[in-house]
Design a protein around this ligand. Sequence first.
Ligand SMILES: C[S@@+](CC[C@H](N)C(=O)[O-])C[C@H]1O[C@@H](n2cnc3c(N)ncnc32)[C@H](O)[C@@H]1O
Length: 203
Amino acid sequence: MAANPRTFADVQRTILSAHKESTVEDKMSFYDSWSDLYEQDVIFLDYQAPLLAAECLAAVMPEDRDQALVLDVACGTGLVAVQLQRLGFCNFHGVDGSEGMLELAQSKSMYQTLQKCTLGSESLPASSGGFVCMTTRTNTSNQLYKKQLQAVIEEMEQKGLWERVKVQEVEHWEKATSVHETKQDSKYISGIIYIYRKSRSQD
Ligand SMILES: C[S@@+](CC[C@H](N)C(=O)[O-])C[C@H]1O[C@@H](n2cnc3c(N)ncnc32)[C@H](O)[C@@H]1O
């Protein structure tokens, strides 16, 4: 097998290049350009989010997982669905703002539907999923997306469309690429998992 020509320093440069991007459009074109290398690059980061998100959802759905519908928000290339499938889930809908990431998710043939949707400028499609699974980093460079995500969540809660199931903060989300992003002496940045559920009145 050919050796991976990328190094942690390459991944670091790629991610730090995105820190200066300020608009949602900039962010989406960053992910479009990163999509082909994304899955191999996150291995360098010891990226834990997909596994932790899947375990978080599995913990609240101990049985009948094959019956559960899951809306995977900002699904990227589909790594959360890969982990969820390993735990017995099989009905996925995905949304993401990057066409490049969505194309790779599509190539996995795991999602019943995949839709382009940019949080912050477009409304989420009506959730056809019983559960809504969302994750984000909580480091300083990701505050814009975190705010956009929280605004969506608050709006859905206020409209009575979603109910909170579980919110889990995680200290070891992925390796930091900058010392300015970490708390104390940690080598990892933190993140958060939000599991919501479509309100029963919407069923
Ligand atoms: C770090 S990746 C995570 C992808 C996937 N959930 C995973 O764990 O591999 C972040 C994803 O969020 C998407 N994203 C970032 N900002 C977004 C926004 N405002 N609206 C929709 N998607 C967004 C990106 O396109 C990217 O696919």
